[in-house]
Design a protein around this ligand. Sequence first.
Ligand code: G3H
Ligand code: ZN
Length: 279
Amino acid sequence: MPLVSSTTLLQSAAATGRGLGAFNVIQVEHAEAFALAAERTGAPIVMQISQNAAKYHGGLRPLAEATLAIAHASSAPLIVHLDHAEDRDLVSEAIALGFTSIMFDGSHLDYAENVKQTAEVVAEAAARGDVHVEAELGKVGGKDGVHAPGVRTDPAEAAEFVAATGVQSLAVAVGSSHAMVKRSAALDFERIQELKAAVPVPLVLHGSSGVADADITRAVELGMTKINISTHLNHTMTNAVRAYLAENPQVVDPRKYLGAGRSALVDEVVRLLGVLRAV
Ligand code: G3H
Ligand code: ZN
């Protein structure tokens, strides 16, 4: 089916206390697994490609076109989203390729520059169709390997940022950190509630791999809507591939072990969609 609009889905999920699962596409098997999980559950899914994943593949286009083709061929409501783009040219390329949702990550910039550049991206996206823009305020740690779970987004500043930029969803720092391999993050539930009360657009939780199931559910109930999970699914896939290869040491066909990884991803994404109240 045609890609669905992030703005509509996020607003309706936020209004009804449901989460929207956003999972990172690294290999084409990820996109296939996410589409299958969405078809199995009927829940919408954001299939997101990060600037880092594009760099790994030597450019955005190859993985983007595969992901877009999978989304269009699926009967499920899917969004193809550019994740953590700091490079403005990559944002323009994603919009030209047909993405309906992008994240401009200006969290490394000072406040005024983040406002300025995010507002420019919002204007560009609006001029080129119904393209949703997510931004980040209050740097969620871990992207550079340094965990910073103590960073918090200020609710009043977040409200001001949204008004000044026109951004349609906002990633906030509330105690999670990217690329955690243990699910031991302590979310600041009080800050989540304060942000939900102050900010008029859906909130995005990054670094959700470090958050335990029960805390993800609570975060959604209190006001986080788009829930980004990547590292946890890397565990899922890699563990399944390891187990398959250990049991079948003679296998050389990548379709065999990557197929095992893909099946494990489908099951875990279906389970996570329940955790984040998407179904
Ligand atoms: O943007 C992607 C995410 O925030 C994923 O973070 O790998 O810690 O789950 P994670
Ligand atoms: Zn992130």
